[in-house]
Ligand binder design. Structure first.
Ligand SMILES: Nc1ncnc2c1ncn2[C@@H]1O[C@H](COP(=O)(O)OP(=O)(O)OP(=O)(O)O)[C@@H](O)[C@H]1O
Length: 254
């Protein structure tokens, strides 16, 4: 498979409103793609189309080689972690993982083995019997990542996974993402408002008002604009757009 994600002319209208406009890009397997843009710029809508949850108004694409029209097949193959973490707070760490494993049909020895692996991967050894609701933000975040990995997806969608998490936990989390992508070959699409995280991605795409303003490696993008940080590039892109852009810029750089 040449690309883990490939889209061409991807577009979504809600009524009269064009929310995603003619996106075309491709992501190689095993890379970390940072999908950036201010609040309301169309990131979640694009992700929902890529996950097979939302039907595009126009355009074509494949995710893990599966056409976007085959949403049910795509859903089985991908992992998704939302900003809200989607954990059961009154279940323990182990029970949460067993629950998600059960959804994907794991049982018996296979389920127990996979849960043990994930507890180790997330650095939660010794906390198996702790209620998820009593974990700190960083622990919860790693448990949510482990839950998204239970069925060994080859592609992970992470929607603002580090929002509100302290710097050390963010670093541990990003070390895990590097390991998953670069050692295990998992492709990762991650949205973030933290520009230091954007700089760590293999490729980044910047979407504003539904349009893909720029796409490439952080180095390529910075060189193209003659600027020394992605933050400066994106501020320049947004400011070029005129009225309302300043408000959007603050939303992105929060
Ligand atoms: N189901 C829907 N019906 C109508 N409009 C919608 C729907 N879903 C999203 N929108 C609108 O589409 C636009 C893009 O929203 P989207 O959630 O994709 O942005 P986003 O970049 O993910 O924002 P954030 O960073 O806040 O998550 C917004 O104006 C939003 O109000």
């Amino acid at each position: 498979m040449e690309y883990a994600i490939r889209v061409s002319g991807l577009t979504k209208d809600f009524g009269e409103n064009r929310v995603v406009n003619n996106l075309s890009f491709s992501i190689k397997p095993g890379s970390i793609f940072g999908f950036l843009g201010p609040n309301g710029s169309g990131k979640s809508t694009t992700i929902r189309m890529l996950c097979g949850i939302l039907t595009p108004t126009a355009g074509t694409g494949e995710v893990l080689g599966i056409p976007l029209e085959e949403g049910e097949r795509i859903k089985q193959q991908i992992g998704y972690m939302s900003q809200k973490f989607s954990l059961y707070e009154d279940l323990t760490v182990e029970e949460n993982l067993r629950f998600y494993g059960g959804i994907y049909g794991l049982k018996g020895q296979k389920l127990t083995g996979r849960v043990r692996e994930l507890v180790e991967l997330a650095g939660l050894v010794g906390r198996e019997r702790q209620l998820a609701g009593t974990l700190s933000g960083g622990w919860k975040q790693r448990l949510a990542l482990a839950a998204a990995l239970v069925h060994r997806p080859r592609l992970l969608f992470l929607d603002e996974p580090t929002a509100g998490v302290d710097p050390l936990s963010r670093k541990i989390f990003w070390d895990l993402l590097y390991w998953l992508a670069h050692e295990e070959g998992v492709t990762i699409l991650v949205t973030t408002h933290y520009m230091d995280e954007a700089e760590k991605c293999d490729v980044v795409g910047f979407i504003f008002r539904g349009n893909l303003m720029d796409f490439g490696t952080p180095e390529e993008i910075k060189a193209r604009h003659g600027l020394d940080s992605l933050e400066s590039v994106f501020i320049a892109c947004v400011e070029k757009e005129g009225p309302g852009a300043d408000f959007a810029r603050r939303g992105m750089m929060k």
